[in-house]
Design a protein around this ligand. Structure first.
Ligand SMILES: [Zn+2]
Length: 332
């Protein structure tokens, strides 16, 4: 069990090493997840604790493949992990976000039959996921995260969202679109986000599908592609981003399914269900299937069918205009 005391993480497998690469005071509103694109957690810690003439980088946490955590700065200190970035009308997310770097070699490339990192290390097939990035591009090899690492990332996300009342759990890829691709398709970001936000969120963030079927699309408009079969009446949705007519949602209970739905066909959660929900809030739901599914999403199974569209089907047009407002509901 992890906890936070004086902006420091406490728990098994947690250590602290202060990085010199920090800015002013941070009042965290977001969590941003990264991969290190490095060869080991130790080398990444070393790098993020070093002053460099070509520019300093840091993060609050380095999460190893064995689940060990090294915290490099208190959560109320600015660290330098986001770079040029935007979200919700905000520029420069370092001023608003806690950063977690996960030890992962990142995007690999093929050399003959081998999968190789940018620094020349070869990774076995079972540590490789072949998938396109959710923002597009070809099927490529990505270094898989370990199961314990994903579980630990989820635990950290839930803890930080709950402790600091964070508004969202984002990938570097979300806030630096076109410039960064981490944490990439090997990390179940949508499920971690939905679970972390769902755990801490009040029931107003949850709505039900109030139509016999409702299309879920890649962007906020009927002109965008459907990302999955239509949702059925009563499906529970977690609001990730609300706009006037459409909102981006995660489908509760579905592994990694998110997209845009029209607000006209949503209804609030009935009071009785909300009560039940808060009583059972601690029961793990969204990610359980993802955790079990993780091993089969590796290259050993994927490599034989590179045309698999799983990740592409989940492609979601991320939006930059995130609103705080509740979706307006017109009765039709
Ligand atoms: Zn990053």
């Amino acid at each position: 069990m992890l906890s936070i005391r004086n902006h420091r993480l406490v728990g098994d497998g947690v250590s602290f090493r202060q990085t010199p690469n920090t800015g002013g005071t941070l009042q965290p509103r977001f969590l941003v997840l990264h991969y290190t694109a490095g060869s080991s957690a130790e080398s990444s810690v070393e790098s993020l604790c070093t002053r460099k003439p070509q520019g300093n980088a840091s993060a609050h946490i380095v999460l190893g493949r064995d689940g060990r955590i090294v915290q490099l700065a208190a959560f109320n200190a600015v660290t330098w992990h986001a770079g040029v970035s935007q979200w919700d009308g905000i520029n420069g997310l370092n001023q608003y976000a806690i950063g977690i770097e996960m030890d992962n070699a990142g995007l690999l490339h093929r050399e003959g039959e081998r999968f190789v990192s940018w620094f020349g290390k070869t990774y076995p097939n079972e540590e490789v996921l072949l998938a396109p990035h959710r923002f597009g591009g070809p099927v490529q090899p990505w270094h898989a995260y370990s199961e314990v690492q994903i579980a630990r990332a989820l635990e950290l996300s839930e803890l930080l969202v709950g402790h600091y009342g964070l508004q969202n759990v984002l990938g570097h890829e979300d806030i630096a679109r076109g410039r960064k691709v981490d944490p990439g398709p090997a990390f179940p970001l949508a499920a971690v986000r939905a679970r972390a936000l769902g755990r801490g969120a009040d029931t107003q963030r949850r709505l039900l599908v109030n139509a016999s079927s409702l299309n879920i699309r890649s962007g906020p408009g009927a002109e965008f592609d459907k990302v999955a079969p239509a949702l059925k009446r009563g499906a529970e949705l977690l609001i990730l981003e609300a706009q006037d007519r459409w909102c981006r949602v995660a489908v509760v209970g579905a592994t990694d399914l998110e997209g845009w739905v029209c607000n006209d066909f949503l209804a609030p959660l009935p009071e009785t269900r909300s009560t039940t929900r808060s009583a059972t809030r601690s029961a793990p739901r969204v990610l359980s299937r993802t955790e079990r599914a993780t091993p089969v999403r590796r290259a050993t199974t994927r490599a034989r069918s590179p045309s698999t569209k799983t990740a592409a089907a989940k492609k979601v047009a991320g939006a930059s205009t995130r609103g705080r407002r509740r979706p307006t509901q017109t009765t039709k």
